[in-house]
Design a protein around this ligand. Structure first.
Ligand SMILES: [Zn+2]
Length: 198
């Protein structure tokens, strides 16, 4: 069997990262090959350091190198709201919009009805514990509009309802700038369901 070359392994490792894909991996590998050796070393070292020191926030599971993440540790955040997301990547996307000032809860997993991944993957216990003192008034479910995301939102809603907290789901619909004629049926249905008074 032919041994895989170093360059091929680099492409292979990059391609295994979520959302990268073979073509982007080739582009990244090519860019890395052109770095001067010191920058390449720093890139490698920052991957090793991040992997070694980043852990889940003790309160919300966001990725951090401290006991509590920046958001949980920030006294200016609105502590009456918790937004539930599937992963730290979604959290960062929402933070980037600067429209939300509340707290977050990153789930440890999502339900997958097709792959028979059950509630044990989601573990709502830590989220429920955060609602115990009654300070949180609203939980906003920001899971993806996928089969997994919808099943997870439904499950979390059922878990939280008996606690008396208001549970809401973010609206889904048609991307801004898209001609409605070209929107897919499910997105259109979601957009109609999520309508609001004007
Ligand atoms: Zn946190």
């Amino acid at each position: 069997m032919k041994r895989k070359g170093v360059y091929e392994s680099l492409i292979g490792e990059l391609a295994r990262l979520p959302g990268v894909g073979r073509k982007n991996a080739q582009r990244l590998a090519f860019a890395i090959m052109r770095l001067d050796p010191e920058r390449a070393r720093r890139l490698g070292q920052s991957i090793i350091d991040a992997r070694a020191s980043v852990r889940p926030c003790a309160r919300c599971n966001n990725a951090t190198d401290q006991e509590l993440c920046e958001i949980c540790a920030n006294p200016r955040r609105d502590t009456t709201r918790i937004m539930v997301v599937e992963d730290p990547g979604t959290l960062h996307q929402i933070e980037h919009t600067r429209t939300y000032r509340g707290l977050y809860h990153v789930l440890t997993g999502v339900l997958s009805p097709l792959e028979v991944v059950g509630p044990e993957a989601v573990d709502p216990g830590p989220l429920k514990a955060r609602l115990a003192d009654g300070e949180v008034r609203e939980v906003i479910l920001a899971t993806s509009p996928t089969v997994e995301g919808e099943a997870t939102a439904l499950f979390v809603t059922r878990e939280l309802k008996p606690l008396g907290v208001a549970v809401s789901r973010i609206a889904y619909g048609v991307p801004v700038g898209m001609d409605l004629e070209f929107a897919d049926e499910v997105s259109l249905i979601k957009a109609i369901e999520g309508r609001h008074a004007v």
